[in-house]
Design a protein around this ligand. Structure first.
Ligand code: PLP
Length: 293
């Protein structure tokens, strides 16, 4: 990640959005050492891809941000303010790169003060893809250690919220690397497919494109939603339902979808080579690249 722009939000003010968003240098100090984002990972975020200054699927990201805030009992984000901040960050970013991303963050705030949440929007250039092509990825299945109904039985575990606590997701990616792979598909202890540490799974099983539902404690993916809309437009069958691991093992193609990476085809699963459907992968990414916001 190469930080290019930074905007701070004044979340305490009820004024016009333009009065609440300040542009800083990306190297500027932003947080106190006692901010709960740094000391506890207590906050939420979204990462939206920006093409020529236009944030993609912005409303879907703002909606998910609000959902995460509610799950963490954070104050409801003012949508006009966050939209304004992301648009300002996206515009500033477009002076640096035609394709970047904006990460917008709300922390619960400084634990030593009573000032309320801290907010910022960071514009950055994601790590570039070698040759610009969507990488084909080797994936391993890892047990997340929870049942498929953890979101209902133990909502305090915050499964399905996009929190700042990604240490576990990063540890899973290191485990994948130790196993000679680049990415992970998490499974529930009772054998259902969940999601990647930073992606949504789409599998094609019996000619139907399927993905796991949010009630399994996974993030509703904005990229997957746009891919499904495009596939449905093209006449394909799409379905959001539980997928058991045995079904995944007989899928004829699998993709991991995320805002910064698009639809990345899986080329192996637990060391078993997997068929990569290049025409469909191209169609998925063409549809994502054709979005106008
Ligand atoms: N699931 C998790 C855990 C994620 O962190 C992400 C994105 O980073 C996704 C799914 C994919 O979401 P989106 O397509 O909206 O980027």
């Amino acid at each position: 990640m190469h930080a290019l722009t930074l905007h701070r939000l004044d979340l305490g003010s009820a004024g016009e959005p333009a009065d609440c968003v300040t542009s800083l240098e990306p190297q500027d100090a932003l947080l106190t050492a006692t901010d709960l984002s740094a000391t506890r990972g207590d906050g939420i975020f979204e990462t939206v891809v920006v093409v020529h200054g236009i944030p993609q699927a912005l409303e879907a990201h703002l909606e998910r941000f609000e959902r995460s805030a509610a799950m963490l009992d954070l104050p409801a984000p003012r949508r006009d303010l966050w939209r304004f901040a992301v648009l300002a960050a996206a515009e500033a970013l477009s002076a640096h790169t035609p394709r970047g991303a904006v990460k917008f963050v709300m922390s619960r705030g400084d634990e030593a003060a009573t000032g309320g949440p801290t907010g910022w929007a960071l514009g950055f250039a994601p790590d570039s893809r070698p040759g610009g092509a969507t990488p084909e990825i080797a994936v391993v299945l890892l047990d997340r250690g929870y049942r498929h109904d953890v979101a209902q039985t133990s909502p305090w575990l915050l499964q399905g919220a996009k929190t700042l606590s990604y240490a576990i997701n990063l540890a899973a990616l290191r485990e994948a690397e130790r196993r000679g792979a680049q990415d992970v598909i998490f499974t529930s202890i009772d054998g259902f497919v969940l999601e990647g540490p930073n992606s949504t799974v789409i599998a094609r099983i019996d000619d139907v494109y399927v993905t796991s539902p949010a009630e399994l404690g996974v993030l509703p993916g904005t990229t997957q939603a746009d891919v499904f809309a495009a596939l449905a437009d093209q006449g394909a069958a799409v379905e959001t339902r539980r997928i058991d691991v045995d079904e995944l093992r007989r899928a004829d193609a699998i993709w991991l979808c995320s805002s910064t990476r698009g639809a990345a085809p899986v080329r192996s699963l637990d060391d078993i080579p997997w068929e990569v459907d290049i025409p469909v992968t191209d169609r998925m990414n063409d549809a994502l690249n054709a979005r106008k916001g």
